[in-house]
Design a protein around this ligand. Structure first.
Ligand code: SF4
Length: 272
């Protein structure tokens, strides 16, 4: 077994394992950080990443009560002011909900643990629990693509299992959960995914199976296809091309790296 115990799994590490087991090993076991740029030109990629982080921060600040006019001064680039206008005009109406912004949930699973950091969880106790994730993708991904992403599966599953304390102590039923991706570039076309008992059973089965597979993994082989390599920081380790993919072709997600050094004392974790 190569994993330390407990090993903390997140949607990004599970997704990386899915896309390429070797990338999982390099990033989460060997912890090799960013040896190569992921796209060219680098500045465009980095600027978009910074703008994305700032946009998330502005929304979070607004949710905790800072007025929109005060935050508007932070929107100092074309993208940011466009996204901020879109947010002001089309942000979800969450009157009557209790809001938990930038909230982390975690739960143990066997020898390991799973964790998710939510942009926003909006709860009406006993009625509805909506997960929001703000996305600054340049192109709106298809719902079919999003439906099978680890983020969609893990966020709903974990809220159901570890979110009782946000729901006045009562269990959150799968049917009460909805996951919404809100796209700053497509503010009137959010992607919504309802949840159900059947989906929850399927997801927990898949989570347990994938974690068991990673736990038993010895090879962590390279992805068969070379498609994931084009925008991968580890190309030089794998001899899969020296040149980064073009920024114009990049449709993926760029968000600041998740911080895995989480203080578990601070997180609502349940034992089961
Ligand atoms: S370059 Fe390709 S094979 Fe190597 S870690 Fe990245 S995705 Fe996997």
């Amino acid at each position: 077994m190569m994993l330390s115990t407990p090993f903390t799994f997140s949607q990004s590490s599970l997704q990386d394992y899915n896309d390429c087991p070797r990338r999982f090993k390099l990033r989460y076991i060997e912890r090799l950080m960013w040896p190569a740029v992921e796209t060219e030109p680098t500045q465009d990629y980095e600027r978009h990443q910074q703008e994305g982080s700032l946009f998330h921060r502005m929304v979070q600040q607004n949710i905790i009560g800072i007025p929109t006019e005060k935050l508007a001064v932070m929107a100092q680039s074309d993208n940011l002011s466009k996204w901020w206008d879109a947010y002001i005009q089309h942000a979800p109406n969450l009157d009557g909900y209790t809001l938990f912004a930038e909230y982390t949930l975690s739960a143990p699973l066997g020898d390991h643990r799973i964790v998710a950091k939510y942009d926003l969880i909006a709860i009406k106790p006993g009625e509805k629990a909506i997960i929001y994730d703000w996305k600054t993708y340049r192109k709106r991904p298809k719902n079919d693509y999003l439906a099978v992403r680890w983020q969609t599966r893990l966020y709903s599953a974990l809220l159901e299992r570890a979110g009782n304390h946000l729901n006045a102590g009562a269990p959150i039923l799968p049917e009460q959960i909805e996951m919404v991706y809100w796209f700053a570039n497509y503010p009137t076309e959010p992607a919504r995914f309802s949840y159900s008992k059947a989906k929850s059973q399927r997801d927990w089965g898949l989570i347990a199976k994938t974690i068991a597979e990673i736990d038993a993994e010895k090879d962590f082989g390279m992805s068969e296809e070379e498609r994931p390599c084009k925008f991968c920081a580890y190309r030089s380790y794998c001899d899969r091309g020296k040149k980064a993919g073009e920024w114009d072709e990049f449709n993926g997600e760029i968000e600041a790296e998740e911080n895995f050094e989480i203080d578990f004392e601070q997180i609502g974790e349940i034992a089961f």
